[in-house]
Design a protein around this ligand. Sequence first.
Ligand SMILES: [Mn+2]
Length: 355
Amino acid sequence: MKLGLGLYRHMLTDENFQFAQQAGCTAIIAHLANYYEEILPATDGEVNYGKVREKDPIWELEHLIALKEQMAHYGLEFYGIENFSPGDWYDVLLDGPKRAEQMERLKEIIRNVGKAGIKTFGYNFSIAGVWGHSKKPVARGNAISSTFSADELPIDLAIPTGEVWNMTYGDQVTGTPVGKVSAEEIWDRLKRFLEEMLPVAEAAGVTLAAHPDDPPMPVLRQTGRLVYQPDLYQTLIDLVPSQSNMLEYCLGSIQEMSDGDTYDSLEQYASQKKISYVHFRNVKGKVPDYYEVFVDEGDIDMIECMRILKKHDFEGVLIPDHTPQMTCDAPWHAGMAFALGYMRGLMQMLEKNNR
Ligand SMILES: [Mn+2]
């Protein structure tokens, strides 16, 4: 298995690649989805969800190859990309009038990703997206972290036209109305997406890696969710069988789910070789109330998780996903360095025990 770091696009800099190299990483998962009409300087590790744009040149092959070469200079493999831009696939999620056109755009992106030699593409097939979290000083030492409390939220608040995935892609006149979406409907939309995309991904040598729902609520803002219990990952894998139909396995999201056992679940999917890469993060609590914590202080026994992955000869990448921010001039970097050091330590411990 490989240690990696996830970086948002405004953080894809020589300095951050060097930081990853120094922390022992050999792989990068890049978020190329654009969150701004123009790329604004953002605060350390934060994303401002804003208006999105379409046909972003960053997806062109030459840009992907340039990024790959820049990473290679620091001994880093450009292993994966996480998330499509909402502007490129809102009508795929909403089953709107631009669906066919947008599917062609997604296929073009996956072909470019394959040509650039990037192995995996993480996606989150969700209408409401990552919504409802707030930042509070709840991790050890009052470190700022993400919390979710369903009781404190307008959980049934309708999603306005022009919004999807907790982002604005257009205006309220031209967008596709979201309305109520049943579980059956969202599974049907996913199935159609996978049936069209997986043959393209297979031909391109790319795996599509599904992130579970975050937060893992069965319904959010009147729209059904897909993977809000661990077993639903199996439903997704079996829905359209393909070697490219894989998982972006988020330990934190799985642990937040109300049913099932995180270790059994990890065993289930690692043994099937269906995990492309792992979000290696920890959490306290479950839906409807949970909060994210440092990797070593949560409800999950991360050592056990690492053992399960090792047992099944997991060959993919582990990235920290999120961490609480540490009190210093570089809160995000310090949080990541702590998580990466802990992960590297566990990996070395397991290597030694095998000798
Ligand atoms: Mn995650």
